[in-house]
Design a protein around this ligand. Sequence first.
Ligand SMILES: Nc1ncnc2c1ncn2[C@@H]1O[C@H](COP(=O)(O)OP(=O)(O)O)[C@@H](O)[C@H]1O
Ligand SMILES: [Mg+2]
Length: 379
Amino acid sequence: MAIKNSSFVFGVSVSDYNFIGREQESRQLKLNFEEGVNTIIISPRRWGKTSLVQHVRKMISPDVITVYVDIFGCKSEYEFYNTLVEALLKQTASTMQLWMDNARDFLARLSPKISFAPEPTSEFSVALGITQKTHTPEEVLNLAESIAEKKGKRIVICIDEFQQIGEWSDSISMQKKLRSIWQHQKMVSYCLFGSKKHMMSDIFQNKKMPLYQFGDLIFLPKIPKEKWVDYIVSHFAERQRTISDNLAGQICDFVDGYSSYVQQLAWHVFSLIDEGDIVTDEHIQYAMDNLMGSCELLFLEQTNPLTEYQMNFLRAISAGVQTGYGDAEIRTEYNLGSASNIPRLKTALIKADLIESDGNKFQITDPVFACWFKKRFMN
Ligand SMILES: Nc1ncnc2c1ncn2[C@@H]1O[C@H](COP(=O)(O)OP(=O)(O)O)[C@@H](O)[C@H]1O
Ligand SMILES: [Mg+2]
């Protein structure tokens, strides 16, 4: 018996049956990959960066090798090098044996020291055992170029959760090294993507930063509502359930078109009904409450550490105040403290990824958080 596709998927990257839209971005990205143009992709979490990059990797000409590496778990420069080299060796070798040979070759050739086991206490003794003592950053970062030359194929290295590097100590000097080496590579290009707009924008759009204008910058947009409506209606229909265009549109609107939440809310609605049933307004309302319920613990973890002023600032944004927080009237109405307090409140909440600004206007980053916050703290 054939395994059925899941109707709706969230929380992991999606493909095929669960992947929609992104035609224009896929085309652009494919071209960049094949022509060796460095690319930076920025969007809030769970809008679809990883899914898009994985989608494009499948479309690429066989003359180009793509390497995918997720650095979310990396806490330092050398952890990053170990993760990067492991991905590079594994994903450019055609067999397991070959990658082990390559690894041994690379690790030993550059450093006979590696034959001694790395000290267990050393903070760098991860995976391949690449450390400051065994390899310079230059050696590590040039490995891709030499593999590409050897194979006579272009390599694109896709680095997911790239915003992490902004968190490491000495991050700027590390970024300088990356730029100075990467910019001379002829056979290797990079696709760097991540969330936390403030962090990613600071790395790539701040003139003072080493990776300023390193590549083609894509701000990933939302998937258009019509696409979601088609997707939801057809996926219900394939399981003998009926939802109107209008109610499918409401699912999308309730979560402000935020990709993973559209799928998650659609799934909550789907699970309320049986074959042959028709979705009603009440189902959607009920499912939205369920969705908020399932996120509640996480949201509480985010609001618990906030100060009274920070909570009040969120209240102001929630009430629709998007700008002018420094005005005496608004400060009094929402109890925001002194005018000099305002920039601090903004910085703290942006850093916590709870709010974001486009230009001067502020809004709550996560639409389900926004609904939940209103319901819980605004009555
Ligand atoms: N192109 C897409 N089509 C359908 N759903 C998508 C798409 N992109 C993202 N999603 C939804 O968003 C979720 C998160 O996607 P992901 O690619 O992991 O986002 P990101 O890498 O930006 O955090 C997926 O599990 C899926 O529910
Ligand atoms: Mg991702």
